[in-house]
Design a binder for this molecule. Sequence first.
Ligand SMILES: NC(=O)c1ccc[n+]([C@@H]2O[C@H](COP(=O)([O-])OP(=O)(O)OC[C@H]3O[C@@H](n4cnc5c(N)ncnc54)[C@H](OP(=O)(O)O)[C@@H]3O)[C@@H](O)[C@H]2O)c1
Length: 244
Amino acid sequence: MGRIARKDRACWVLVGGRRRLGRALAEDLARDHDLVLTSSGPWEGETWVEGLSGTARIRTLQWDAESPELVSRMMADLDTLEAEGWVISGAVLLAGTFPEQPFGTWTAEGLDATGRMNLAFPFLCAQALAPRLSEGACLQILLDTSIHQPWLQRLPYSAAKAGLAALVPGLAQLLAPKIRVVGHALGTLLPAEGSDAGFLADRTLLKRLGEPADLCRAVRFAADSPFLTGEILTMDGGRRWMDR
Ligand SMILES: NC(=O)c1ccc[n+]([C@@H]2O[C@H](COP(=O)([O-])OP(=O)(O)OC[C@H]3O[C@@H](n4cnc5c(N)ncnc54)[C@H](OP(=O)(O)O)[C@@H]3O)[C@@H](O)[C@H]2O)c1
């Protein structure tokens, strides 16, 4: 079987490439990339993906962080892609949850769930994907500006993202020089349901929220910057520099 990645068209994996920022990134990248998109659920009924298939080659996969078969599933899917000749030259890990877990409500189960989704899952995805990435590929991981100033109502989430802040430089060392690793510590681009967008905007130097296009630009910049690795780019409208 011929190699599917075309010379002028990179093929990337977006873990969590179905909703919100993942979908926005998929729609942007599909202009000039072939894409493998993952979701925790089955993909039926996602007509926007069929729309993308006009320009890009799209493969959809089901990778559920909660599934006991997750690792074997990832390995089997990546084996199949490789056997079919897909050459993966980039991956972005977007999947996560953003649970409100105020001090006093913490339970072992709740903390496990937040850690499993926001820390263990990216670790496992990175471990599965890295050996399959082609020379010069960039692995990008989505963090949160909470690595600088934790969300006080979401400390378990903030701590999990802080764990990813250790993963980025560590993995960059383990995978160099073949693969680069870059993190993105985002401020609010798409507010969570029920959050106060005006308040969040006011808590930035720029007095506004970001937008998905900001992430698309940053991801393309990281992929196109061959001397960049082990770094976390903070893009939060200056939230981290606000006085408390
Ligand atoms: N939105 C923002 O403004 C913002 C700000 C700072 C940081 N971030 C970070 O950017 C990334 C994307 O954020 P987002 O707001 O677009 O999305 P999100 O709502 O935080 O979640 C991303 C995706 O994770 C997937 N997911 C949920 N449970 C899963 C499971 N059990 N297994 C596998 N995947 C699962 C979901 O997709 P499926 O339902 O298709 O599985 C979901 O759409 C996240 O890592 C987030 O922490 C976002």
